[in-house]
Structures are given as structure tokens and as C-alpha cells.
Design a binder for this molecule. Structure first.
Ligand code: 13P
Ligand code: SF4
Length: 304
């Protein structure tokens, strides 16, 4: 059944000239039919390069918006209309406009997990894999980092020469994990390396053997000589790694690390998208798109 549906998707996407992008948090059956699977940074770069006129983004809304900002003439379909990222919606334009007045002259660096409207009032976007490099490379010393306090703290400790102001935002999935949870997992699997996403709290990051984006965690685990790992990000990453590396063992840091928004999209949704009856065509208002584009292009320029 799954194979049949996958073959239908592959044939429809070829016939209709559709490019399928999937974030690494998607399930294996979706990743198998995607043209490209990756973290937020790689998805942005690929979205820009894709030649097809239609993109199906299997992920959450800010990712589809990023595609549309980069490729306004393409039709961009979000795999599930209700798939949002709670962190992306946490801060309003009004709130950040007030903060900009409080911190004049500061570069507003926004995590890509933000709305298009917030990107439009930012100076540069970053992703989890590019944030340290970009904050180090931009000319400004003073930075207002929005919205993720944990990613911002990670950047602050990696780039001490910059003055980074943080606000109170974050990912509910990653920030629920406590130092106690991490110590418990390490005690349960004493031979395992702990690999975590920088959206985790600083006290969890401090206990980690490696900190990186979803793709960086996967690459690290695949390339490591070690045989056992605890994965501190959305649980799909542990599942993908276990499929890819049968000679290694992957434990989840917590069973609660499930992003319900990412999990909304199913293979059936992808089929409906390529059939032309599902998903949601995403639009970004032209009044904000050029300014949002500048922040994303600057991210690609400084991120390399
Ligand atoms: P990546 O930058 O690793 O893709 O992270 C995106 C995300 O939403 C993690 O929760
Ligand atoms: Fe957003 Fe967190 Fe889900 Fe990533 S895991 S999409 S940051 S809610």
C-alpha cells in the first residue's frame, strides 16, 4: 500500500513538474519520495535553486513561506494547512518594533523559525546550523536575537566577542527537556554520546557531546566511530538514524520530543498535494516580501 502510494506520487510529480522538499523531521515514507531532505538551511538553499514551477514543502509554515519569499513566481504548497511552528508565532511585529526602539543600532538577527512579517523587520535570518557563523561574520557587534532564547544562548557562548540581547521565546518541544532528563538518559546509557539541538536549554547543551542542527546531528552520528547515541531533538531523527545505521544504537532523549506540527503531514497529504487537492498554497504579501527576502539572502550570503 505504502509503495503503491509512493509510486503514484513519484509519477504525478514527474508528470506535473513538481519538486518535493522535506524537512528531516518528516517520516521515512515521505523522505523517500522527496527530491531533497534536509535541515532548514539546506531547504532554503535548495528552494532557491529548484527549476520546477511548483514546490511541495513537507514541513511547517515558515519553511513554505521561506520558499515563496525566495521564489515568488513559483506555486508553493504547504503539505498540511495546520502545520505551523509555535515558536514562529510567539512574537508579534509590534513587540519587536518596540524592542528595536529599546535597542537602537542593534542588528536584529532572527531565527528562520519566524513569520515572514518578522523577517521583514529583521536585518538577517539565521538557522540552527548557520547562526554561530552568521553572528560572528556580520559587522555589527550589538545583536538583538529573536525569538529563541536557547539558540541565542548557544550563539552567545560560541561568539563571546558579540553583545547579544535575548528575548523570552523558544521551542516547546526542545525547551521542555531538563538537565535532570539529560542526566537520567546519560545514566541509563553510560556508553552513549549525547547529541542535542541548540534549541535545548543551556544546561542540557552543556551536558552534550555534540550540538548541531538536525542534519548536523545526523551527519555526526553517521560519521562517528562510536556505536551508541542519545538523540536530543525531535524523535524522528533517532528513527531515521536507526534505519540508516543498523550497526549502531540510537536512544531518544525523551519520548516527549515529538513535534505534533511536523507530524501532521502524512504520505496521504503529500499524495493529495501532488494530485492538486490537498495542502495549502502559501502566499506572502508583496508589501513585506522584498524586505523578508533581503534578510534571507543575507543569511545565504553570510552562511556560505
Ligand atoms: P533545523 O535548523 O535543524 O532544521 O531545525 C529546525 C527546527 O524546527 C528544529 O526544531
Ligand atoms: Fe517549531 Fe519546535 Fe516543532 Fe521545530 S520542533 S517546528 S521549533 S515547534
Amino acid at each position: 500500500m505504502i509503495r503503491d502510494l509512493q509510486e503514484e506520487i513519484l509519477s504525478l510529480k514527474k508528470k506535473k513538474g513538481i519538486y518535493i522538499l522535506a524537512h528531516s523531521y518528516m517520516t521515512e515514507d515521505i523522505c523517500e519520495v522527496a527530491d531533497f531532505v534536509g535541515d532548514s538551511y539546506a531547504l532554503s538553499v535548495r528552494a532557491k535553486a529548484a527549476e520546477e514551477d511548483t514546490i511541495v514543502m513537507c514541513g511547517v509554515r515558515f519553511m513554505a513561506e521561506t520558499c515563496k519569499i525566495l521564489s515568488p513566481r513559483k506555486k508553493v504548497i504547504l503539505s498540511h494547512p495546520l502545520a505551523g511552528c509555535p515558536m514562529a508565532e510567539q512574537m508579534s511585529v509590534e513587540y519587536i518594533t518596540e524592542k528595536k526602539k529599546e535597542y537602537p543600532g542593534y542588528a536584529v538577527v532572527s531565527y528562520i523559525n519566524t513569520t515572514a512579517a518578522l523577517k521583514a523587520i529583521s536585518d538577517v535570518c539565521v538557522t540552527s546550523s548557520s547562526a554561530v557563523k552568521i553572528c560572528r561574520n556580520i559587522p555589527e557587534t550589538d545583536i538583538l536575537f529573536i525569538p529563541d532564547t536557547n539558540l541565542g544562548s548557544f550563539v552567545r557562548s560560541s561568539v563571546p566577542e558579540k553583545n547579544i540581547v535575548l528575548l523570552n521565546g523558544g521551542c516547546p518541544i526542545h525547551s521542555q527537556i531538563t538537565e535532570g532528563d539529560a542526566l537520567f538518559a546519560k545514566a541509563a546509557h553510560p556508553g552513549a554520546l549525547l547529541l542535542v539541538h541548540p534549541e535545548c536549554r543551556p544546561e542540557v547543551v552543556r551536558l552534550a557531546d555534540f550540538v548541531g542542527s538536525t542534519a548536523e546531528i545526523m551527519n555526526f552520528a553517521k560519521g562517528s566511530d562510536k556505536k551508541e547515541f542519545i538523540i536530543g531533538t525531535e524523535n524522528s531523527i533517532a528513527a531515521h538514524l536507526q534505519m540508516a545505521c543498523r550497526d549502531k544504537t540510537f536512544h531518544v532523549l525523551s519520548r516527549d520530543m515529538v513535534c505534533r506540527n511536523m507530524k501532521l503531514s502524512t504520505l496521504t497529504d503529500v499524495y493529495n498535494c501532488v494530485s492538486g487537492v490537498g495542502g495549502e498554497e502559501v502566499e506572502v504579501d508583496e508589501s513585506i516580501r522584498p524586505a523578508a527576502l533581503r534578510s534571507i539572502e543575507k543569511m545565504i550570503e553570510y552562511g556560505g
